[in-house]
Design a binder for this molecule. Structure first.
Ligand code: AMP
Length: 392
């Protein structure tokens, strides 16, 4: 007896969509099950097989696509397979542009490596170095790092990069935006030439491609949701509002029934603090995350938001890079960004992993040209909300 063609194709599709079809080890599959992942995202389907084969990879993907698991799962699997008892050396290095992103990657790695013997650690600036040094001394196989602290540790002789076999450059475009290019070049010069390199960026500008060419050898290229396309799962609304009515409008929107938690964006640190003050005075649980906050305060705010103790997190763009909160219902652009691509990054924080999301933008008379730029980039007009009490 044999299956009809259609049935056979359906079964094949089903099989192709599971993690086990990607040849991940039972220990990783158990961890993924515990994490609640049922099927791989497109970037995971495309990237995991070539990485397991040892190929270099150029991944065009932004946060929210599942790229962290796409690179960390196969690296963990390969580290575990070659693990030997004895002294540990750093064999995998993941570079991330910000502390928040580095911490988030480490958090993911920790949950995936739950049943492995691979040891991992994260180092980043802005905090005392001694706890990080202690952890390194205990022996680490996989290190997540921001460029500045990594070089600092290398110069102090605390870290050697000579045993690196896996190198990941995450959010390369942000690295360039943030002026890390010289640090990255220095780090690459310290890596063994025989290694596997994975390069991720949300954009593919000339600069990015030329940097990728200096790092990668014969890479496999995978690309998902280019930054120009705002995902269909996110509904986008615009409210025209005079500047002086913005705070009331914000509260009005937060009170609407379907707002679970909101990530609110401002352009400046002062603006973020002001919004938090206004909201807390009205009884909202809100906190700000920006560059002037201590590392402790930033982590507390992020944790509070993740475990739902906070209703609102107000962030500036730099501080929010890579912030990833599950089931975030609303992103609110209290101030529209000056750069249209930033809008796409901001709203990509909602509508993750198949969930529905809502992006709300406030537009004052000074913001009209920014709105135009955004429309030109995304090619999807936002729905205009006219019936609200705080308009012109
Ligand atoms: P990333 O793009 O790596 O920042 O991941 C975005 C979010 O998607 C994170 O919260 C991940 O935990 C989650 N995620 C990644 N892969 C999957 C998957 N296969 N199924 C469900 N959620 C996932």
């Amino acid at each position: 007896m044999y299956l009809s063609n259609a049935l056979a194709i359906n079964i094949a599709n089903l099989y192709m969509k599971t993690f086990s079809a990607l040849n991940l080890s039972p220990a990783l599959l158990t961890a993924l099950q515990q994490k609640g992942y049922t099927e791989p995202t497109p970037i995971q389907q495309q990237a995991i097989p070539p990485i397991l084969e040892g190929r270099d990879l150029f991944g065009c993907a932004q946060t929210g696509t599942g790229k962290t698991a796409a690179f960390s799962l196969p690296i963990l699997q390969r580290l575990e397979a070659t693990h030997q008892p004895g002294q540990r050396t750093i064999k995998a290095l993941i570079l991330a542009p910000t502390r928040e992103l580095a911490l988030q990657i480490e958090e993911n790695v920790q949950s995936y490596a739950l049943h492995l013997s691979v040891r991992h650690a994260v180092i980043h600036g802005g905090v005392a170095q001694s706890p990080q040094v202690k952890q390194l001394r205990r022996g680490v196989d996989l290190l997540v790092a921001t460029p500045g602290r990594l070089l600092d540790f290398v110069h102090q002789g605390l870290i050697s990069l000579q045993h690196i076999r896996f190198f990941v450059l995450d959010e390369a475009d942000k690295m360039l935006d943030m002026g890390f290019i010289r640090d990255i070049r220095k780090i690459i010069a310290l890596l063994p030439t025989k290694r596997q390199s994975l390069f991720f960026s949300a954009t593919t500008t000339k600069e990015i491609m030329s940097l990728a060419n200096t790092i990668l050898f014969c890479p496999e290229t995978v690309s998902v949701t280019p930054v120009k396309e705002t995902t269909d799962l996110i509904q986008q609304f615009v409210y025209y509002v005079p500047r002086e009515n913005k705070r009331q409008l914000l509260e009005y929107i937060l009170k609407q029934n379907d707002v679970g938690q909101a990530l609110v964006f401002t352009r400046t640190k002062r603006g973020a603090d002001k919004v938090v003050r206004a909201l807390t005075s009205q009884g909202w649980k809100a906190a700000a995350i920006h560059g002037n906050k201590s590392q402790g305060a930033r982590i507390r705010a992020l944790e509070g938001f993740k475990n739902k103790a906070l209703d609102v997190l107000v962030a500036t763009d730099i501080a929010s890079r890579g912030i990833d909160v599950e089931n975030l219902s609303h992103v609110i652009n209290y101030e529209l960004p000056e750069v249209a691509e930033t809008y796409v990054h901001r709203i990509g924080r909602t509508g993750r992993a198949g969930a529905q999301g809502i992006a709300v933008s406030f537009c004052t008379e000074d913001d009209v040209s920014y709105l135009k730029d955004i429309h030109q980039l995304t090619k999807t007009p936002m729905q205009e909300v006219v019936s609200h009490p705080y308009g012109f």
